[in-house]
Each structure stands twice: as structure tokens, then as C-alpha cells.
Write a protein that binds this ligand. Structure first.
Ligand SMILES: O=C(O)CCC(=O)C(=O)O
Length: 175
């Protein structure tokens, strides 16, 4: 795999799981955060807000537009140039308020073989679990990237534990 312009410090990799801390610079993170249109401050809601763009194949519901917003293009280019993913066809922006979480799930099979997620604004713990017997946690720092494929994507559930602060994640899927 070719990594262009990335520090090799902070990379964890197995065949199925790649985690890169400081994938984004602080300036790149600031640019994306200042372009995110929302935040809808619904402190009472129990689950995160999701804004979906691009192809409707992975998740038909709640698609905002078939166009992927321009402000996400530099990030997409960096992900693709780094050899991490093909050009994504669909993008979800998740907005979490303090205390919110995302329950354990495996992304729908229509969501394709590779899922790439970039974290912004605050840290999250992503817990992976399989058959209620095995589990491990990955700390997703702001500006980090995680890519799941193979068994980790198809057979392991992942969840986000309750957050200590507002957080955004940008999820790329190639279908
Ligand atoms: O917020 C995250 O990092 C996880 C998002 C996720 O698992 C999903 O959108 O399916």
C-alpha cells in the first residue's frame, strides 16, 4: 500500500483493519468542520444525526442529495491518493452529541466490501465484537482514519460507546 504524505507514526494495520492517527491535519479538520452545515442541537435525541450523500445503494433512506458536497472532495482525494480506498460513491456524515452512542451493528451487505471512517472534533471508542465472546476496542482520535474490510467488516460488529463530547464521523462506502 502506498501512503502519500502521511507520517507512518500511529498506524495500526492488520489485513482487515487499518487505523491511522493524524490522517488529517488540524487545518484540514477545521476546514471540514466549518463547512458542516448543521449542527442540530437536539440534546434529547438518543441517536446520532446522519446526513447521507451520493449513491442510495448502501442506505436508501434519508439521502440528502446525489451530489457529494464540494467541501468533502479534498478529503476524498486524500483517501484515494493514499491508496486507502477507491473513489467512494456514497458518504454519510454522522453528528453525535455528548452522551450519544451507536449500537453494535454490521453495515448492510449492500454497503460494499470496504468501509472507511474519518473522525472529527473529539475522540470515540469503537468496540468490535464477535459472537458475544470476543471483543476489542479501538480509540478513534480526532483526525484519525479507520478502514475495515474482510472479516472485520463482514463478521464483526462495531459500535460507538457513549461520547464525552460532540463528535463527527465521515463514512465512505464504495457502492
Ligand atoms: O461514527 C463512527 O465512527 C461509526 C459510524 C458507523 O459505524 C456507521 O455509520 O455505520
Amino acid at each position: 500500500m502506498e501512503l502519500i504524505g502521511l507520517s507512518l507514526v500511529g498506524i495500526m494495520m492488520t489485513d482487515d483493519l487499518l487505523v491511522i492517527s493524524e490522517f488529517l491535519t488540524e487545518q484540514e479538520e477545521f476546514f471540514i468542520l466549518s463547512n458542516l452545515k448543521s449542527p442540530i442541537k437536539k440534546e434529547e435525541i438518543t441517536r446520532n444525526n446522519v446526513y447521507r450523500y451520493g449513491s442510495k445503494t448502501p442506505y436508501g433512506m434519508g439521502n440528502i442529495s446525489v451530489e457529494i458536497p464540494d467541501y468533502l472532495q479534498p478529503l476524498i482525494e486524500k483517501v484515494v491518493k493514499s491508496g486507502i480506498s477507491e473513489v467512494p460513491k456514497s458518504v454519510s456524515v454522522n453528528e453525535y452529541m455528548k452522551g450519544q452512542s451507536l449500537s453494535a451493528h454490521i453495515d448492510s451487505q449492500q454497503a460494499g466490501p470496504v468501509i472507511t471512517i474519518v473522525s472529527l472534533a473529539s475522540s470515540a471508542t469503537m468496540r468490535f465484537s464477535k459472537d458475544k465472546e470476543e471483543s476489542f476496542d479501538v480509540e478513534l482520535l480526532p483526525r484519525s482514519l479507520i478502514r475495515m474490510k474482510g472479516d472485520i467488516r463482514k463478521k464483526w460488529k462495531h459500535e460507538i460507546l457513549p461520547l464525552l463530547d460532540t463528535r463527527y464521523s465521515i463514512v465512505f462506502r464504495c457502492v
